[in-house]
Ligand binder design. Structure first.
Ligand SMILES: C[S@@+](CC[C@H](N)C(=O)[O-])C[C@H]1O[C@@H](n2cnc3c(N)ncnc32)[C@H](O)[C@@H]1O
Length: 182
């Protein structure tokens, strides 16, 4: 009986972990981390000001959220729905808040939540690394909810219906990063 129960719990856990990753992949993007060497370029392009609110859509293992909070006196909120990257990001966040809090200028928070439920009008900056099919599904929400003066930073893939204010691609082989102003 106890073995049966153990197997059932194990199966349930496997279903939750892989199910959440499949849902994320089909909805907007699978978990593929951005390149560490591109982080600085991405973060500088955002030009975040003191007190601004930044959402990262699909924050993965938290690398961008933590780097933004380290660099800017701003409120950074990550949204993630895949269980494994979410748990990794919470562990990283805990470690940083416990041992390196003095190095952080801003405030970081990571939510286990579908970013389609977020109200983008509350954000000054959106940052993301999502697939073209995910971006296509988000464009209507951007058009309706982004407030005047807000910005979007998109890693690698451009938006279809807006023209970028700037594109960072220092060399032929670098990944492009697109910056949009509203
Ligand atoms: C390409 S990865 C980028 C991860 C991270 N931003 C980085 O640059 O390393 C996209 C992430 O978005 C997450 N994701 C996809 N759809 C989502 C949704 N609707 N709500 C929250 N997270 C989502 C995936 O689980 C995945 O971790």
């Amino acid at each position: 009986m106890s073995e049966l129960f153990f197997n059932f719990v194990l199966l349930l856990l496997i279903l939750i972990v892989f199910g959440s990753m499949m849902v994320a992949s089909f909805r907007t993007a699978p978990w593929v981390p951005s390149r560490k060497k591109d982080l600085r370029r991405l973060i500088e392009l955002a030009e975040i000001k003191k007190g601004e609110v930044v959402y990262e859509l699909g924050s993965g293992d938290g690398r961008i959220v933590l780097e933004l909070a380290r660099r800017y006196e701003a409120k950074i909120i990550g949204y993630e729905i895949s269980v494994i990257p979410y748990l990794i990001s919470q562990i990283r966040l805990w470690l940083v808040n416990t041992f390196f809090v003095h190095r952080m200028k801003g405030e970081a928070k990571i939510l286990y939540r579908d970013f389609f439920t977020a109200d983008f009008s509350q954000a000054d900056v959106l940052v993301f690394f999502l697939t073209p099919y995910g971006l296509k599904r988000l464009e209507k929400k951007f058009r309706l909810e982004m407030k005047r003066g807000s910005r979007i930073i998109s890693y690698i893939f451009p938006l279809r219906i807006f023209s970028p204010k700037s594109i960072s691609k220092p060399t032929k082989t670098s990944n492009p990063i697109y910056c949009y102003h509203f």
